[in-house]
Design a protein around this ligand. Structure first.
Ligand SMILES: Cc1cc2nc3c(=O)[nH]c(=O)nc-3n(C[C@H](O)[C@H](O)[C@H](O)COP(=O)(O)OP(=O)(O)OC[C@H]3O[C@@H](n4cnc5c(N)ncnc54)[C@H](O)[C@@H]3O)c2cc1C
Length: 462
């Protein structure tokens, strides 16, 4: 259904920016990487903050939902438009507002692509550590709104650890500026933290201030063949025993994922084996000794294979970032995301394989091993009831093992039914109270993160 004529006219006269209502042009906003599809009624690229505030006032008046959109790469329907919704396109909000070498900070528009920022900051000898697999397409606004992470989060943590400030237009139209340029602040509860990971449901970010880290002199990627039946419970503590080599990433690909990646990206990953991918931070002077130390640690851990070395680890992460696409080529449609404590990783691997067998679906296993974060990837129709049940059982498994139902992708539409499993009923009611204050009319990305939605394939889980 198109926008009512009066609403369309009001939108064009009241909001400065580009408005698209042509259904063909809107198809590129209809989905994210979750395979769910909902055509928006319009897409708006507001010119500036004031235009965005006017857009919110317009949406409140006409009771039309808005969904902020960055790179559209989310995996649980976070950026799929709500029915009858208008997409707020932030791709053009990609200004680098300030780079402060002295304070190791950068202020950016939310539409800056993660990898572009990485390249820009390189000449300053600085970097924003979270490097999601989607870093060539996902935006800083999207990363902040989903609390994204990546291989380097093993050493540096998720996006939340690096967001110093946010400017956001709330669902009331108010402009909220939160955060500090200082490294510390002890001024009550963490307002900034409420916005990080809020998936566009509380406010739309207009500027993000990020803390930065100095780029290590050397960053070497190491890819090591490992046995398929590895016990992570035994191996990880040994690999990372103190004094641990300066690993900034510890990743895992099962044999099938590694093979798919080699086929898709003409990779030079070792064949016919599961793989451990690590990144070692070092200096020019110490690199040789550090690599020898790592080789010793690998062999003490029981790994006998010869590592493939990537002198520039960025190349390894760009390759690794294509795992999802490589698996999609081979029929994978669900990219899951759970995490458990290290001591329960073996049970997570076993339990996931068992549930895949029980539901007769193929599964590929890879993920950010050092963070206990597994991405089971299932070959199953994402809109089927079986997909819903597989996801539900995986969520229940992760919770039973003392883990989380989403380590980095977010909640979106697909995991909204399980929010109380994570936070409890009281926790959810606190979240809902915050939502009511920030978005009293419920126009910001309804159906995501909070309640179950009719868009969830197969309906809410029982
Ligand atoms: C191949 C592939 C690999 C991936 N690998 C990883 C990974 O390693 N780690 C990881 O964490 N994720 C990963 N993801 C998931 C996804 O890329 C991340 O969630 C990413 O942070 C989304 O960013 P985006 O710009 O694409 O956001 P979008 O998909 O456009 O939006 C995501 C959410 O953020 C909100 N949002 C966007 N912009 C704003 C704004 N300006 N203000 C407020 N809210 C906003 C949206 O409304 C939505 O709720 C991967 C996805 C793919 C397809």
């Amino acid at each position: 259904m198109p926008l009512p004529r009066d609403a369309s006219e009001a939108l064009r006269t009241e909001v400065a920016g580009t408005v698209t209502e042509d259904p063909d042009a809107l198809t590129r906003f209809a989905s994210d990487a979750s395979h769910m599809v909902q055509l928006p009624v319009a897409a708006v690229a507001p010119r500036d903050r004031e235009a965005l505030q006017r857009l919110v006032a317009w949406a409140r008046r006409w009771k039309i939902p808005l969904v902020a959109r960055g790179g559209g790469s989310s995996l649980d329907g976070e950026s799929v438009p709500p029915p009858g919704g208008v997409v707020v396109d932030f791709a053009g909000w990609n200004a680098i507002v300030e780079i402060s070498d002295a304070d190791r900070l950068v202020r950016v528009g939310p539409g800056v692509v993660n990898r572009d920022l990485h390249r820009i900051l390189a000449s300053h000898g600085l970097f924003f550590p979270p490097n999601p697999g989607s870093w060539t397409m996902s935006t800083i606004g999207g990363n902040a709104a989903t609390n994204a992470a990546g291989p380097r989060s093993f050493r540096y943590g998720s996006t939340r650890n690096w967001v110093r400030g946010l400017e956001a237009v709330l669902g009331t139209g108010e402009l909220l500026r939160v955060g500090h340029r200082t490294r510390k602040a002890s001024t009550g509860p963490d307002l900034l933290g409420f916005l990080v990971g809020s998936e566009g449901t509380l406010g739309m970010f207009t500027e993000v201030c990020l803390a930065l880290a100095p780029v290590p002199e050397r960053r070497v990627g190491l890819v090591l063949p490992v046995p398929d039946d590895l016990s992570f419970r035994r191996t990880l503590p040994r690999l990372l025993a103190s004094p641990a080599p300066a690993f900034s990433a510890v990743e895992y690909l099962d044999r099938a994922t590694a093979a798919a990646l080699n086929r898709f990206a003409s990779g030079r990953l070792p064949e016919d084996s599961a793989l451990l991918l690590t990144e070692l931070e070092s200096t020019a002077a110490d690199e040789e000794t550090d690599l020898e130390r790592v080789a010793r640690r690998f062999s003490e851990t029981g790994f006998t294979g010869e590592p493939v070395v990537y002198a520039d680890a960025d190349q390894l992460w760009t390759l690794r970032g294509q795992s999802g696409e490589a698996l999609e080529q081979e029929g994978v449609r669900i990219h899951e995301d759970v995490a458990v404590p290290w001591s329960r990783l073996d049970e997570l691997f076993e339990g996931t394989r068992a549930l895949a067998k029980r539901h007769d679906v193929l599964v590929r296993l890879f993920g950010h091993l050092g963070d206990g974060n597994l991405h089971p990837a299932f070959v199953v129709d994402p809109m089927s009831d079986r997909a819903r049940i597989v996801r539900r059982d995986l969520v229940l498994l992760a919770k039973r093992l003392g883990g989380t139902l989403s380590a980095e992708h977010g909640v979106g539409l697909l995991k909204a039914p399980y929010l109380a499993l994570e936070h409890g009923e009281v926790g959810v009611s606190v979240l809902e109270a915050i939502k009511r204050r920030c978005d009293p009319d419920g126009i910001l990305n309804p159906g995501k993160l909070y309640p179950a939605s009719p868009l969830v394939p197969g309906g809410a889980a029982s």
